[in-house]
Design a protein around this ligand. Structure first.
Ligand SMILES: Cc1cc2nc3c(=O)[nH]c(=O)nc-3n(C[C@H](O)[C@H](O)[C@H](O)COP(=O)(O)OP(=O)(O)OC[C@H]3O[C@@H](n4cnc5c(N)ncnc54)[C@H](O)[C@@H]3O)c2cc1C
Length: 475
């Protein structure tokens, strides 16, 4: 198929978009202007292909959204925040290329486990000796087990773990009540779901893609939460967008329909009726959104199954902004685990250079869903009261607060990465992200490294772009 080949006088180098009547024609259309879609657009243009990126929101960035509290400074990360410069090479290279400033996550001082007390960052939580032993056993066995999952084919382990939830796996490994609650913090903090709502094999696979549970949970060098962006992670997206040809990105363009025709190529229609044509499409929308787009012919049963059964966890962030980092003065690093809701985790989200002193509170999982039913004033009051309970007495009032509930975003509906619940898991060993006709699939959840993370989004965007580039270069 080569619908625009006759216009292509330079071997697939249609520059910018061409208006053909009411239809804009390019070689490749990318759906979704998050990190994955922007990376794909970058790679395609670098290879000399013309492309257009259609983004539903009025901004690029998707799940990266950095909001300054005052013009140009004091950024709070409403979405993805952390990276590291050890094992996330694509993010690291982009940071270097764009010259972005990073802030090291504070791990100096003690952590807190609610109801149990303080403990030094990196040491075991202050549990009874029996619970400590049980926790170490579960953590070490989960860590070892996730390294045995074959990333590209995790269906191979289905026979043993396919129908087991993470909670059941923890019980099998001898978890006591408190250890089960700590395992629940892992799944809720990492995926927004309770440990009895996520299959063990899915979680193990998720950890494997990020180099293991311990690496993903770590705030230290090489860990998932080691570095933050001083001017916001969304600057990765803005930087990629700046490098694209003018008018590549079309915002406020939710795609509603995609038709594939062997003679005329792909027709993409947005909600407001705008029409676009291309020879190839790269979809970067999270899998649950594939069901919101009408495909003709329809997608394969695998993709429909995935789109129907994937669920997004509940994920909200509340920033508490203070005049000073009072927790550091108490010898605390800002990392606390809450057991009695609504706050599951807090972390130091300060940028000392900018005079920003903040704790970020994660409100996740089922507790979060119930919390979100309340009105905003009640929600905020509950968070502040809970932080007081976790941290003790005489906690200063925050000067300012920011709340972001990802489940209320029309084009996210939850975060950070779709999950297949235990009860619905079937053989995921099939290659569910293979291209369908002229449509290719990217987005962080399709990645086999750092799935659900920024690194995964970049890797997937480049992988899908390469699939397309290879096809154009051989046609
Ligand atoms: C609260 C939170 C915390 C996180 N923390 C971290 C972290 O610390 N570190 C880390 O690495 N990652 C983190 N993540 C995950 C990280 O943000 C994502 O992995 C990454 O941004 C995903 O990029 P993406 O392009 O794959 O998807 P998205 O960012 O979801 O982009 C998909 C895009 O598609 C658009 N879209 C949807 N439907 C349509 C349609 N019909 N037509 C057109 N466009 C459409 C959406 O608007 C969106 O812009 C976090 C995410 C959240 C929400």
């Amino acid at each position: 198929m080569a619908p625009s080949q006759e216009n292509d006088s330079s071997h697939g180098r249609l520059q910018a978009s061409e208006i053909n009547g009411q239809e804009t024609t390019v070689q490749v259309i990318i759906i979704g202007g998050g990190l994955s879609g922007l990376q794909a657009a970058h790679d395609l243009q670098e290879a000399g292909l013309s492309c257009l990126l259609l983004e539903a929101r009025d901004r690029v960035g998707g799940k990266l959204w950095s909001v300054p509290l005052s013009p140009g400074q004091k950024y709070v990360e409403l979405g993805g925040a952390w990276t590291n410069d050890v094992n996330q090479p694509k993010v690291t290279a982009l940071i270097k290329k764009l010259g972005l400033e990073m802030v090291k996550q504070n791990i100096v001082g003690d952590c807190i486990l609610e109801d149990h007390g303080r403990f030094l960052y990196g040491s075991d939580p202050p549990l009874s000796e029996a619970d400590k032993t049980a926790f170490a056993e579960v953590r070490n066995r989960v860590e070892a087990l996730c390294h045995t999952v074959t990333v590209a084919d995790f269906g191979q382990s289905l026979a043993e773990y396919g129908h087991m939830s993470m909670d059941e796996l923890a019980i099998c490994m001898g978890a006591s009540d408190i250890v089960r609650r700590l395992v629940n913090i892992w799944t809720a903090a990492m995926l927004g779901v309770e440990s009895n709502q996520v299959s063990a094999i899915f979680f193990l696979h998720y950890c494997q893609t990020g180099g293991g549970l311990l690496q993903m949970r770590s705030d230290d060098t090489g860990g998932g939460q080691h570095l933050r962006f001083r001017h916001g992670s969304q600057s990765l997206c803005h930087g990629l967008q700046r490098g694209l040809k003018p008018n590549t990105v079309v915002c406020s363009a939710p795609v509603q329909q995609i038709e594939q025709d062997p003679n005329t190529g792909c027709l993409v229609i947005t909600r407001d009726g705008r029409r676009f044509r291309a020879e190839r499409i790269i979809s970067t929308v999270p899998s649950i959104f594939l069901n919101h787009i009408t495909f003709s012919p329809s997608l394969s049963a695998d993709k429909i199954w995935l789109s129907t059964h994937s669920k997004l966890g509940f994920y909200a962030k509340v920033f508490l902004i203070y005049s000073e980092p009072w927790w550091r003065k108490r010898g605390l690093c800002g990392l606390a685990q809450g057991l009695n809701g609504p706050v599951s985790l807090t972390r130091d989200a300060s940028s000392d250079e900018d005079g920003l002193f903040a704790l970020i509170c994660f409100i996740v999982g089922q507790t979060g869903r119930e919390w979100a039913q309340k009105d905003q004033h009640e929600r905020l009051t509950e968070v502040i009261v809970h932080v007081d309970r976790i941290y003790g007495s005489n906690i200063p009032r925050p000067l300012e607060t920011r709340e972001q509930i990802w489940n209320e975003e029309e084009f996210s509906q939850g975060a950070p990465c779709p999950v297949v619940p235990a009860s619905c898991l079937r053989s995921l060993s099939q290659d569910q992200w293979r291209p369908e006709g002229y449509i290719h699939f990217a987005g962080t959840e399709t990645s086999t490294v750092w799935k659900g993370y920024m690194e995964g989004a970049l890797v997937a965007g480049s992988r899908a772009a390469k699939e397309v580039i290879d096809i154009f270069s051989t046609s």
